[in-house]
Design a binder for this molecule. Structure first.
Ligand SMILES: [Zn+2]
Ligand SMILES: [Zn+2]
Ligand SMILES: [Zn+2]
Length: 436
């Protein structure tokens, strides 16, 4: 990859900063970019592990384990080894004092991330010199915020002040805690593992320049904390680079509402201007899929509380009652199929899981015109179930399909892609021994 150039020139390897008509700041390709090509990669300026994974995740390498070492001073940060703890210390030192101050409370993710950004700026005021965009240029959208949101922000801000105590007086000039928190909330990214489970929050300042499109030409994936931006289809010179800020597998009205609430703009992308994809996503009898749609929050609660047997029962009832009038490709039906798949896997009922997984996969295929990580992860789940059930040839086919998608979305060097390759050779060896 070409050497990065500084903030001032606005150029970084294959991409450059530009003014996107109607959108403001943006990033575009300097030359043609091929599908699967990595455009940008970066470690975060600041990162924090999500609250619900604090006890089970190493702060440094993000590996998961139930028996981790605990920082003896703050009793909150956990590490898989002495080496990981040592590596984290220079960065953890200030945070450790803050965590001790509020113990046993642990502030929310956005508060802890904001504090970490402040520590980074205090430790190294030049931390942004390699970025195309800096935190002071980030938008806070304070003016567009609803009264309710602003109140939430005020509460977070008082938590931040309590957490930081004395350090808040040393904030870099022009940055007050409220606007910094607001900027962090609009500009941070959820960091997920290869299977799309969110594990933390990170700030990658240059990537905040990426605008949204409901059919994006780029995706972001992570290897531990490192972000990688890849093209999912061929991109022309000077074409704008876009990612999706929301789940693309949602009808237009849902996408637009979420973008408006969270990012304060009305999406005018190509996909939003015609409703062809809505016809498939909202296929079937409306009165029937409305019943499914209304039941989704309840299913979400059962899933969150890990009440798998209850979830399985509720999903099966919904599918049974509505499958004659609502096709699997309807997004709400698809969400139920997905929840049911989770429930069956958690209950170790792999054969039923495979049945529903296959149904979901066929429907997924209709919704993703470009390689998409969600489709890859679904393929992978079905492939593993097929392998487990002894359907070796089918498993081999699904692993191969997953590999084809993932080499574009995840990149060939991603640890999960290495796992897919291992599984694929296992299947091939098993098939050879079956026929020999
Ligand atoms: Zn570790
Ligand atoms: Zn500590
Ligand atoms: Zn759109």
């Amino acid at each position: 990859m070409a050497a990065p150039v500084s903030v001032r020139s606005g150029v970084w390897g294959k991409m450059e900063r530009f003014l996107s008509p109607g959108k403001g700041n943006g990033l575009r390709a300097r030359d043609e970019i091929q599908a699967g090509e990595m455009i940008y990669s970066s470690n975060p300026i600041a990162f924090c592990v999500a609250q619900k994974f604090l006890k089970s995740t190493c702060q440094t390498c993000l590996c998961r384990s139930e028996c981790l070492l605990r920082c003896s001073q703050c009793k909150s940060s956990r590490y898989c080894s002495v080496q990981c703890q040592k590596e984290a210390w220079p960065e953890h030192k200030r945070e450790c004092k803050c965590l001790q101050r509020v113990y046993p409370r642990v502030p929310t993710d956005s508060v802890r991330l904001t504090a970490k950004i402040i520590f980074t700026l205090l430790n190294d005021p030049e931390a942004y010199s390699q970025e195309l965009y800096s935190i002071s240029q980030h938008q806070s959208h304070l003016e567009e915020m609803s009264e309710e949101k602003r109140e939430g922000l005020v509460q977070l801000c008082s938590m931040l002040k309590l957490y930081l105590n004395s350090d808040v007086s040393q904030l870099p000039s022009g940055l007050d805690p409220t606007s910094l928190l607001a900027r962090v909330m609009c500009n941070c990214f959820s960091v997920s593992d290869g299977e799309l489970q969110d594990v933390g929050l990170g700030l990658y300042p240059s990537m905040s320049l990426l605008n949204h499109d409901c059919r994006p030409n780029c995706v972001m994936m992570f290897i531990r904390k490192k972000l990688e931006l890849r093209a999912v289809r061929r991109i022309q010179p000077h074409e704008e680079l876009c990612i999706s800020y929301t789940d693309v597998l949602a009808p237009r009205v849902e996408r637009r509402t979420q973008l408006q609430d969270q990012y304060h703009f009305l999406c005018q992308c190509q996909r939003c201007s015609d409703d062809k994809s809505d016809c498939i996503m909202l296929g079937g009898e409306e009165s029937s899929w409305m019943v499914i749609k209304d039941a989704l929050p309840h299913l979400g609660t059962l899933q969150k509380e890990e009440k798998w047997a209850e979830l399985q029962q509720a999903c099966q009832a919904l599918i049974g009652e509505n499958c004659a009038l609502v096709p699997d490709s309807n997004v709400y039906m698809l969400r139920v199929l997905d929840s049911l798949l989770d429930a069956c896997i958690s209950l170790s009922q792999y054969e039923i899981a495979l049945q529903y997984g296959t149904r979901a996969l066929n429907a997924y295929l209709l919704h993703y015109p470009d390689p998409h990580p969600s489709y890859a992860v679904e393929l992978l789940r079905v492939a593993k179930l097929q392998h487990y059930s002894g359907e070796v040839e089918e498993a081999e086919r699904s692993f191969t399909q997953a590999y084809e998608v993932m080499k574009v979305t995840h990149g060939r060097d991603h640890p999960l892609v290495a796992e897919v390759c291992r599984k694929l050779s296992e299947c091939q060896a098993e098939r050879r021994s079956l026929y020999s």
